[in-house]
Design a protein around this ligand. Structure first.
Ligand SMILES: *Cc1c(COP(=O)(O)O)cnc(C)c1O
Length: 385
C-alpha cells in the first residue's frame, strides 16, 4: 500500500461490535484469562496488553502509522515531544557520555543539554549548523550521540543530513534527528542514516492545536532499550491523545501539501515587501542552503521567518497590529500563528547568544496555517503597513 492509504487503513483489530472508526481504549489495565495467562504476559511469553503505561491499542496504532511514514521498524510514543527527547537520552546514555549537537535546537532541548543532563554527568558539545568539518573535530571517545534539528527553530537553517549521517556512521555514533518542523511528509531522515527520529506530535501531527504528544522512531534494537527505560519511568502517551493523534494523521499528507503551498506563497509575497529586510524559507531560491533543502526535502514546510525593518520595536508593533493571525506559542496548527522570538521565547538570552542561533532583533516567525492564503496575506500586509 502507498503511505496515504496506510495512514487511513492502519487500524487495531475491530471488536465484536464491528465499529468502522477505531474506538478509544480508555482503560488503564486489561483482563487476564487465568493465572497462567497472567504469568505468561508478565514473563514476555505471550503477546498482549497488561497496563497502559506499558502499551495500549490506540498508542500502538499511532506508533505503527508514524513508523510506516518514517520508514523505520518501530517506535515508542510519549506524552510530549520533550518526554520523547528526554527518554531517548535517559535510556541510551550513562554518566561520562557526551552528546554532539547542532547549536540551533528547541529551547527546552537547550535547557536539557545545559542544565539538566549535566546533573548526571552527561555533557553536550555544541557545533555550528553549517560547518560539518568542525563536527568531526569535536568528536571524542566519549561521544555517543549526534543530535540535530533541520530545519532549525526559529532560523529555518538547513543542515546537510547526508553529510551528518556519514559522520555519525564513520564514528559509530547514534544519529538522532528531531524531525518536527519538516514532518515525514517533507523529510525522512532514516534515508540519510538517522538511527532515531523524534517528533513533537503536538505540532503538525495533531495539526489543530489540541493534543500533546511525542514519539521516537527507530530500529527494534534501539526502541527495545528505550522501551525498557520508559516502561518504568512513565512518560506514556495517554490513550485519548493517541486516538486523537492517530485520527489526525489520516489527513497529514493533505494538510502538509497545503501548508507547503501557503507558506511558499507567503514567503514570496514577503520577499517583495518594502518593510521586510529578508525572508527565510527552505524552498525560496534565496535561502542560503536552498540546494541542500531541495536535495533532502519534498516540500519547504509551513514555517516562514523574516526580518522586519526597525528591530525589536517594530517586531512588537507588527504583532500588536495583527488582527487574524494568532499570537501563540504553538506551531503546525490549522490557524496561522505569529511569534517574535527576541521579545518572547528567547528574551532571556543575551543579544550575542541570540545571534549565535540566528535570532535577529526583528525576526518574526510565522507558522502558516490552512486559512485562504489571501486572508493570511491581507492580515500580514496590513500589519506591516
Ligand atoms: C515543540 C517542539 C518540541 C517539544 O515538544 P512538546 O510536545 O512541546 O514537548 C521539540 N522540538 C521541536 C522542534 C519543537 O518544535
Amino acid at each position: 500500500m502507498n503511505s496515504e492509504t496506510k495512514l487511513i487503513r492502519t487500524q487495531v483489530p475491530r471488536s465484536a461490535n464491528r465499529e468502522h472508526s477505531v474506538p478509544l481504549y480508555f482503560t488503564s489495565s486489561y483482563l487476564f484469562d487465568d493465572a497462567d495467562h497472567m504469568a505468561d504476559l508478565f514473563n514476555d511469553e505471550a503477546d498482549g496488553f497488561i497496563y497502559s503505561r506499558y502499551s495500549n491499542p490506540n498508542v500502538d496504532e499511532f506508533v505503527q502509522k508514524v513508523a510506516d511514514l518514517e520508514g523505520t521498524e518501530t517506535g515508542w510514543a510519549t506524552a510530549t515531544g520533550m518526554a520523547a527527547i528526554f527518554t531517548t537520552f535517559g535510556a541510551l546514555l550513562s554518566s561520562g557520555d557526551e552528546i554532539l549537537s547542532s547549536r540551533s535546537v528547541f529551547g527546552s532541548t537547550h535547557k536539557l543539554f545545559t542544565e539538566i543532563l549535566p546533573k548526571w554527568g552527561i555533557q553536550t558539545k555544541y557545533v555550528p549548523f553549517d560547518n560539518l568539518d568542525i563536527w568531526e573535530e569535536a568528536i571524542s571517545p566519549n561521544t555517543k550521540i549526534l543530535y540535530l534539528e533541520t530545519p532549525t527553530n526559529p532560523g529555518l537553517d538547513i543542515i546537510d543530513l547526508r553529510k551528518a549521517g556519514e559522520i555519525a556512521k564513520k564514528h559509530n555514533l547514534i544519529f538522532v534527528v528531531d524531525n518536527c518542523f519538516a514532518t515525514p511528509i517533507n523529510q525522512q531522515p532514516a534515508k540519510f542514516g538517522a538511527d532515531l527520529i523524534i517528533h513533537s506530535a503536538t505540532k503538525y501531527f495533531d495539526g489543530q492545536g489540541r493534543a500533546m504528544g511525542g514519539i521516537i522512531l527507530g530500529s527494534a534494537q534501539l526502541i527495545d532499550q528505550i522501551q525498557a527505560f520508559a516502561r518504568h519511568t512513565g512518560p506514556a502517551l495517554s490513550p485519548f491523545n493517541a486516538w486523537t493523534l492517530s485520527k489526525s494523521l489520516e489527513l497529514l499528507p493533505l494538510r502538509i501539501e497545503k501548508h507547503n503551498q501557503n507558506a511558499l506563497e507567503i514567503a514570496q509575497r514577503l520577499e517583495n515587501h518594502p518593510s521586510v529586510e529578508w525572508v527565510k524559507y527552505p524552498f525560496l531560491p534565496s535561502h542560503p542552503q536552498y540546494e541542500i533543502a531541495k536535495s533532502q526535502m519534498n516540500g519547504g514546510g509551513g514555517l516562514v521567518t523574516f526580518e522586519i525593518k526597525g528591530g525589536i520595536a517594530n517586531g512588537k508593533k507588527f504583532l500588536n497590529a495583527l488582527q487574524m493571525l494568532s499570537l501563540s506559542a504553538n506551531l503546525g496548527d490549522s490557524r496561522s500563528i505569529a511569534t517574535h522570538p527576541a521579545s518572547t521565547t528567547h528574551s532571556k538570552l543575551t543579544e550575542e547568544d541570540r545571534l549565535l542561533v540566528g535570532i535577529t532583533p526583528g525576526l518574526i516567525r510565522i507558522s502558516v496555517g490552512l486559512e485562504h492564503v489571501n486572508d493570511i496575506w491581507a492580515d500580514i500586509e496590513q500589519a506591516l503597513g
